[in-house]
Design a protein around this ligand. Structure first.
Ligand SMILES: Nc1nc2c(ncn2[C@@H]2O[C@H](COP(=O)(O)OP(=O)(O)O)[C@@H](O)[C@H]2O)c(=O)[nH]1
Ligand SMILES: [Mg+2]
Ligand SMILES: [Zn+2]
Length: 363
């Protein structure tokens, strides 16, 4: 992995890194994080690296927590076996979710993603439109461009019909019908990850994500944990199980963390995924219209006029409600934090000033 360009070290990242290079740091990309211990790829190959103490200390801030896809500056202080991650470069965007381990915390799953493949299988239970809508919100929110990939086209008769249905939900999004068996759609997927870009896969278990990646790369890569490096003859290389180089293309990240994702602060994602709703909502009488029973609601009027499907409005409401309840929980959490911060010095004062009071005073 001696060529950083292949890992997406281009334009924005190069510019950000320039002053750090002058200070003697080397660039690397985080390709995996195991229990807080990052594995990075850079000019030195694939190595373990250790986050610097200042990053560990400010880990409450997501910007200080190393995530897969991050670009970092590595230092090599005297007496250290492992390179030290001194700086996490500002992210172009990030795929984050509600931290499953906390009530309101945020967890970055992948940073710096350009394209998100929203993958669903045509066979089996078929396309799950509710799930698709949610995944599109998440994809848009990450700052990446979503592309829908409908897999296993070889197993169904009505692939194109389903694709048309999906196109109505995925407004403004490319929809690719794909089969790893016949090879249909593979070139279209490949074209969506040109050299220098990073793609991530979002989708349920068993929809064919790993198979798609294997097909793009041309051989079985995801089944092995093996790390090969130093292959720079324009050949594809498995950097790690989850990050793969597409021949003559960019990088694809297939991480298990991208399966079940709860929404996290996805205001912009919701707007981007529902441009039709957005457009109508500007005509509503009230700026904060919830499109339920307000007078002068342009959205409800559009449904009544048959211009917007009631299903579409219902989907939007469902996601809206989910975001609102997350926001409410966050407010409650920060209110409690504020209280705690307010009472802490008081409690300390009380302890200091009343500790001398004899315990047996009353006896
Ligand atoms: N017929 C057919 N089967 C596929 C296709 N893509 C994947 N599969 C099968 O679907 C199953 C799940 O695929 P996998 O890539 O492991 O799904 P993942 O969990 O999303 O990574 C495997 O048995 C694959 O062989 C396809 O295009 N056509
Ligand atoms: Mg898989
Ligand atoms: Zn309205």
């Amino acid at each position: 992995m001696s060529d950083p360009a292949r890992l997406g070290f281009s334009g924005r990242v190069q510019e950000l890194f320039a002053p750090l290079a002058e200070q003697g740091f080397s660039p690397a990309r985080v390709i995996r994080v195991d229990r807080g211990m990052p594995l990075v790829a850079g000019p030195m190959g694939v190595v373990r690296a250790e986050p610097a103490t200042h990053l560990v200390k400010s880990a409450a801030d997501v910007a200080s927590r190393v995530a897969v896809g991050d670009w970092v500056a590595l230092g090599r202080p005297e007496g250290h076996d492992l390179p030290i991650i001194e700086v996490i470069l500002p992210r172009a965007g990030m795929f984050s979710r509600k931290d499953p381990g906390s009530e309101t915390g945020q967890q970055v799953v992948i940073a710096n993603v350009d394209v998100v493949f929203v993958v669903q299988s045509l066979s089996g239970d078929g396309v799950n439109d509710r799930r698709l809508e949610r995944e599109l919100v998440l994809a848009w929110e990450s700052g990446a461009r979503p592309v829908v990939v409908l897999t296993k086209a070889d197993l169904v008769e009505d692939a194109d019909e389903v694709a048309r249905f999906v196109a109505e939900i995925a407004i403004g999004v490319e929809v690719i019908v794909e089969s790893a068996v016949t090879g249909i759609g593979i070139d279209a997927v490949r074209a969506a990850v040109p050299l220098g870009t990073t793609a991530a896969l979002l989708g349920g278990s068993g929809v064919g994500k790993s198979t798609l990646v294997n097909r793009l790369v041309g051989h079985e890569v995801l089944l092995t944990n093996e790390t090969r490096s130093g292959d720079d003859k324009g050949r594809h290389t498995t950097v790690a199980r989850e990050m793969v180089l597409v021949p003559d293309g960019g990088v694809i990240i297939d991480t298990p963390g991208m399966r079940g994702l709860a929404l996290w602060d996805a205001e912009e994602g919701l707007s981007a995924a529902f441009p039709d709703m957005e457009e109508l909502a500007v005509e509503c009488r009230f700026r904060d219209c919830t499109h339920v029973s307000e007078p002068g609601c342009a959205v409800v009027a559009a449904v009544e006029a048959g211009e917007l499907s009631p299903r579409r409005l219902e989907s939007w409401r469902r996601l809206r409600t989910e975001l609102d309840s997350l926001a409410a929980r966050q407010d409650e959490h920060s209110r409690r934090e504020q209280e705690r911060k307010f009472y802490k010095p008081i409690a300390k004062f009380a302890r200091q000033h009343f500790k001398d009071i004899p315990r047996d005073k009353g006896r």
